[in-house]
Design a protein around this ligand. Structure first.
Ligand code: SAM
Length: 227
C-alpha cells in the first residue's frame, strides 16, 4: 500500500490542534493533531446530518441554513442538493487553509459546493455567527469536532454548553432545527439540549451511507427542534 503524503498543515487562529491534510491515492484524510477529523472514504453520516437538518426545507422560500465547519464539503453539498434555488447556505470555517484546500485539491470530492451561488463562506468561528443571529436560521448544522466535546480547539466547548445551546436556540426560527454530528451517543448532551428548550431525537446513522452494504459503523446525529 502506498504511504500517506502530507499535503498541508494549518494552525487554527487563536490556537488549538494542528490540522494536517494527507493523501493516499484518491483518499484524503484531515487530522487534528493525530486524531482523524474527516476522511473522504467515509461521509455517509455527514450527508445524513445535512439531510436530517434540512428535511422539510426543500420547498421553503428563502430557507437559510448555517453550517459549521466546512471539512471536505460533504454536508454543504447535501444541504445544497436538498434546498431550493433561492436558499442561502452560510458556511463557517475556522481555518482559512481548509477553505483554500476546498478550492484546490479537495474541490471535486463533493462537487465544488463553494462555487454554488447559494453558498456564502465565512472564514470564522461558527460561534460568532450563532451569537450574532436572532431567529435568522431555519437550520444550524454543527460538525466541527468529533462529537459534543472540543477536539479542534478548547473554545469549541462553548458550542455544547448550556449558554451555547441557548444561543443556538435563539439563532433559529420557531420550528428551526439544530443538527449535531457525533461519533458516539452522549446522554448528558441530550439532557443539556432539552434544558436549552429543544425537543430532541437521537438518530443512529450509517457511517458509510445509505447505499453501502448492510452493517458497518454507525454515528449519531442529534436533531434538536426549537418548539
Ligand atoms: C469534521 S470536519 C467537518 C466535516 C464536514 N461535515 C464534511 O462534510 O466534510 C470539521 C471542520 O470544522 C472546522 N472547525 C472546527 N472548529 C470550528 C469552529 N469553531 N468554527 C468553524 N469551523 C470549525 C474544522 O477546521 C474542520 O474543517
Amino acid at each position: 500500500m502506498k504511504p500517506w503524503l502530507l499535503l498541508g498543515r494549518a494552525q487554527p487562529p487563536g490556537g488549538g490542534a494542528e490540522l494536517l491534510l494527507y493523501q493516499r491515492d484518491s483518499e484524503f484524510s484531515l487530522k487534528a493533531d493525530n486524531q482523524e477529523l474527516m476522511n473522504s472514504r467515509v461521509y455517509g453520516s455527514e450527508e445524513a446530518m445535512a439531510r436530517l437538518g434540512c428535511q422539510n426545507l426543500g420547498k421553503r422560500p428563502g430557507a437559510r441554513v448555517l453550517i459549521g465547519g466546512l471539512g471536505m464539503g460533504y454536508s454543504v453539498r447535501t444541504a445544497l442538493d436538498t434546498l431550493g434555488e433561492d436558499a442561502r447556505v452560510v458556511v463557517a470555517e475556522l481555518v482559512p487553509e481548509v477553505a483554500e484546500w476546498n478550492r484546490g485539491v479537495l474541490a471535486e470530492l463533493a462537487g465544488r459546493p463553494l462555487d454554488d451561488r447559494r453558498t456564502e463562506l465565512h472564514e470564522t468561528d461558527v460561534a460568532e455567527l450563532i451569537m450574532a443571529a436572532r431567529g435568522d436560521y431555519d437550520a444550524i448544522l454543527l460538525d466541527v469536532d468529533n462529537g459534543a466535546e472540543a477536539m479542534v480547539r478548547e473554545g469549541n466547548n462553548w458550542l455544547y454548553s448550556l449558554p451555547g445551546l441557548t444561543a443556538a436556540h435563539g439563532a433559529l426560527r420557531r420550528g428551526g432545527v439544530l443538527a449535531v454530528w457525533s461519533a458516539v451517543p452522549q446522554p448528558a448532551f441530550v439532557k443539556r439540549l432539552r434544558r436549552a428548550g429543544f425537543g430532541v431525537d437521537e438518530v443512529k446513522v450509517r457511517a458509510h451511507g445509505r447505499s453501502s452494504r448492510k452493517g458497518g459503523a454507525h454515528h449519531v446525529v442529534w436533531v434538536a427542534k426549537r418548539g
